[in-house]
Design a protein around this ligand. Structure first.
Ligand code: ADP
Ligand code: MG
Length: 572
């Protein structure tokens, strides 16, 4: 029984499988890798999926549907041939087709899939994807973010750690994500996008330009005529990605119209679209608190990224050459294929940790001074935190002679602990002492498969008691054991980290060796560095470590001018 990877796209969907040490694309019955995400009914009421349905979008608009992905999890009903469907139901038809194609290709049954979704999909959208899978007879234990998948495919060809901008320009949407690859952990730092900008807009721009040049009014044409011109426009656009000049033709009311396009004509026709590409890039970089200089490479994803004009535009914006090391329209699917390999614990790929986002807050109960019988909720892992996450906090006894500290864990967003969903509890004994004297460090570690690990360490003795809470009880003990072993690496609190310890020690030594002004400077930099360490944000800590280390180098190697070579931005 095989596990397949699926890129369930707005325009096209693809399936992959991990085979012979690599991610392999699965062909459909047309021997093509891209299956249009279109569904329809023929005149006998039989279901049509993919390429055939897409073809009929023009001739039978009431009997076909496409671009329904944007309604996943919204409750919207889509009408086809008088019948109503949810987006999940329509998606399940696509998934069913991909499953069948995979079974034909592999010669065995496929019962499980890993499916990718846009990073901004909330829990409803993700649940709808799982439901679509179930409806198609596929178990969907894991959902992967599209930009992470693309980054993973990219990483297979270039095994470096860095920060990337994933530019996913599809049929109807532009998704921009800043993704960090560090030490086999792939983390999404920020996402932004334009849900109404994609390849379809180029088609429309070309169609309108074609009409204007031929003395036609696009808006005044019949829907079928418009659809024909739009289809020709898309062909023209795609041809322009590999040819310098393309002749476009369309026959309207028995008359033939034509126009020759080159990329300059396209630029003229679609100038407004290019203007809109920049905004999501700027937003994603701002949210990530980064500039273009922090991005080591742009990963091109989505069919529209194949356009030479789009690539040129990005090259001008990023002031560098942008290579397509992975094919833009298969990158996400290939990445999901890699995840299936990771999931089946293939020996050829090891310990890649993909991050996801925690949809709810995880926290523990906290003593309430005003009402000791109604504890408050103390959030540890905040909603929307990137997963896997690991956060700790110290707590102490609240009454005199307390013999036991009991920590209760819950998920939710409510003020009082009992208003949230309780997940479990764990107790440790402490010697009786005045209130506040004894304490514990509580650490919560949560991974993408819904496994929550609670560690309670008594301060002073360093004895730890642990408990594992599984919210989604579908993993075997063996899998959990392996999963936890994988997570061990992440659980190390930055404060225990060798690098942090080393920098603290080095700063203190330099403090001892230095005089007044330099001392004050070292102290403030050390305090700032340790405040970043407190934030428990691994990426920020890495950055701060590099900067702090540079600063210490300067102090260490420049004895007369401590300010020499320190850049202004190093201070904040
Ligand atoms: P989605 O992620 O939305 O399902 P895709 O990544 O499959 O979409 O991209 C589909 C879009 O890419 C369509 O608008 C299609 O016209 C466009 N496209 C595909 N190939 C090319 C190409 N070679 N040149 C330009 N545009 C292309
Ligand atoms: Mg896509």
């Amino acid at each position: 029984m095989a596990v397949i990877g699926i890129d369930l796209g707005t325009t096209n969907s693809l399936a992959t499988v991990w085979k012979d040490g690599k991610s392999v694309l699965i062909p459909n019955s047309f021997n093509e890798y891209l299956t249009p995400s279109a569904v329809g009914f023929d005149d006998d009421g039989e279901l049509l999926i993919g390429k055939i349905a897409k073809e009929r979008l023009i001739s039978h608009p009431n009997k076909t549907a496409a671009s329904f992905k944007c309604f996943m999890g919204t409750g919207k009903k889509i009408k086809i041939d008088g019948r109503e469907f949810s987006a999940a139901e329509l998606s399940s038809f696509i998934l069913r087709q991909l499953k069948q194609d995979a079974e034909t290709f592999l010669g065995e049954t496929v019962e499980e899939a890993i499916i990718s979704v846009p990073a901004y999909f909330n829990d409803n959208g993700r649940s709808a994807v799982k439901l679509a899978g179930e409806l198609a007879g596929l178990k969907v234990e894991r959902i992967v973010n599209e930009p992470s998948a693309a980054a993973l495919a990219y990483r297979m060809s270039d095994d470096s750690s860095d920060t990337y901008l994933v530019f996913d320009f599809g049929g109807g949407t532009l998704d921009v994500s800043v993704v960090d690859i560090f030490d086999s952990v792939i983390e999404i730092i920020a996402v932004a996008g334009d849900n109404h900008l994609g390849g379809d807009d180029f088609n429309l721009a070309i169609a309108k330009f074609f009409c204007t040049q031929n003395g036609l009014d696009f808006e005044m044409l019949e829907p079928e005529q418009r659809a024909i011109i739009l289809k020709q426009s898309e062909q023209c656009k795609i041809s322009l990605s590999s040819n310098s000049r393309v002749g476009m033709m369309a026959s309207i009311d028995g008359r033939d119209y034509s126009l020759v396009f080159d990329n300059n004509t396209l630029l003229k026709a679609a100038a407004l679209i290019f203007d809109r590409i920049k905004a999501p890039i700027v937003k994603a970089l701002n949210d990530a608190e980064m500039t273009v200089k922090d991005i080591s490479d742009v990963i091109l994803v989505g069919g529209s990224s194949r356009m030479p004009l789009v690539q040129k535009y990005l090259e001008a914006l990023f002031k560098r050459e942008i290579k397509c090391s992975v094919s833009p329209d298969t990158a996400v699917a290939l990445g999901v294929g890699v995840v299936t390999g990771v999931k089946s614990r293939n020996a050829d790929i090891k310990d890649v940790v993909l991050t996801d986002i925690c949809p709810f807050t995880l926290g523990i109960d906290n003593y309430n001074d005003e009402d000791p019988y109604r504890p408050l909720f103390f959030p540890l892992i905040e909603r929307n935190t990137t997963l896997p996450a690991s956060v700790e906090h110290d707590f102490c006894t609240s009454v005199d002679k307390q013999k036991k500290i009991t920590i209760s864990i819950a998920q939710g967003e409510k003020y009082y602990f009992d208003s949230n969903l309780k997940l479990g509890e764990i107790s440790v004994s402490v010697p009786p002492a005045p209130a506040g004297r004894e304490g514990v460090t509580v650490r919560l570690t949560y991974d993408i498969n819904g496994i929550l690990q609670v560690d309670v360490t008594r301060i002073g003795t360093n004895k730890t008691k642990s408990k594992t809470i599984i919210s989604n009880n579908t993993l075997s003990d063996e899998e959990i054991r392996k999963k936890l072993a994988e997570l061990e690496k992440l659980k190390i609190h930055p404060r225990n980290n060798d690098e942090v310890k080393y920098l603290n020690a080095r700063a203190q030594r330099l403090f001892e060796e230095s005089k007044a002004d330099t001392r004050a400077l070292i102290r403030s930099r050390l305090q700032y560095f340790n405040s970043v360490v407190e934030s428990q944000n691994l990426r920020k800590i890495r950055e701060a470590s590099v900067n702090f280390s540079k600063f210490l180098d300067i102090i260490d190697y420049t004895d007369n001018d401590p300010f020499y070579g320190i850049e202004e931005e190093d201070y904040d």
